[in-house]
Design a protein around this ligand. Structure first.
Ligand code: NI
Length: 260
């Protein structure tokens, strides 16, 4: 049995002092694969350099909706660099995280949308899936996915517990990745949304160092804790922990085209 953390930020500066120690801990805890996700140019480069050191670690590159520069010109320049990174480094398995976030940034919706669309085109050109971050922007996100064919599909990361988004995402052929919030005691509809997603569309993730799940909520999160997400899904669906570990690993290998 092995666990696959489909989304973490081991590239975060919170790991700068003990990254290799943490990676060893994660591996020894039975997390056999994980993906380090970029969100701007710097973090994308860092994700790649971590992935290049270890064969069980993969990277994504992209500009997140919360890291969009002010001018379009600057954005296009950045996206050329992101494209070069994706092309030239063997460990890049997706473009992401990309999407829309009107919770943190509601005054630059137009440029957020063009960055999202441009990066979908980039993913299509490179035959890569996308990792989507969306917050308070369900309608626009779904509209963009309907208007722009995403060739290799992708993943809704840390899926907000929004029924409509999950239903639309599944209809469009996307995977749904669950994170710490489904374990929170005040989470309103976790069981309902978990049951909405068929087993062959579920991924698990930590989004570490953020969003540590129960029972370690509030601590610096690492991929070791992805087991708590699997456990919550197993309990909710009446499955064994092993079953959830197995199908989430298979699903991740499938969508990120990782051949073992
Ligand atoms: Ni993230």
């Amino acid at each position: 049995m092995a666990l696959f953390d489909s989304h973490c930020h081991l590239n975060d500066e919170k790991f700068d002092n003990d990254r290799d120690v943490i990676i060893k801990e994660i591996y020894e805890a039975g997390v056999s694969n994980f993906i380090v996700v970029g969100y701007d140019l710097e973090s994308s480069k860092k994700a790649i350099s971590i992935a290049q050191k270890y064969d069980f670690i993969y990277a994504t590159v992209g500009i997140s909706p919360n890291d969009i520069p002010h001018s379009e010109e600057e954005l296009w320049k950045l996206l050329v660099e992101i494209g070069d990174l994706a092309k030239n480094c063997g460990k890049v398995v997706a473009i992401g995280e990309i999407g829309l976030d009107y919770y943190w940034n509601s005054d630059n919706k137009d440029i957020q949308k063009s960055a999202f669309i441009k990066q979908i085109e980039l993913a299509n050109n490179l035959d890569l899936p996308i990792v989507i971050h969306t917050r308070d922007a369900v309608m626009d996100t779904v509209q963009i996915l309907k208007d722009n064919n995403v060739k290799c599909k992708g993943v809704f990361h840390c899926c907000p517990q929004n029924r409509e988004l999950i239903k639309e995402g599944l209809k469009l052929g996307f995977y749904i990745s669950f994170a710490g919030p489904i374990t929170f005691k005040n989470s309103k509809n976790a069981d309902e949304v978990i049951n909405l997603v068929p087993n062959d569309k579920i991924l698990i993730e930590t989004d570490s160092p953020y969003l540590a799940p129960e029972p370690v909520r509030g601590t610096r999160n690492t991929s070791v804790n992805v087991k708590f997400i699997a456990e919550k899904i197993a309990n909710t669906k009446g499955l064994s922990f092993e079953e959830v570990a197995n199908f989430t690993e298979e699903n991740a290998n499938m969508i990120f085209k990782i051949n073992k």
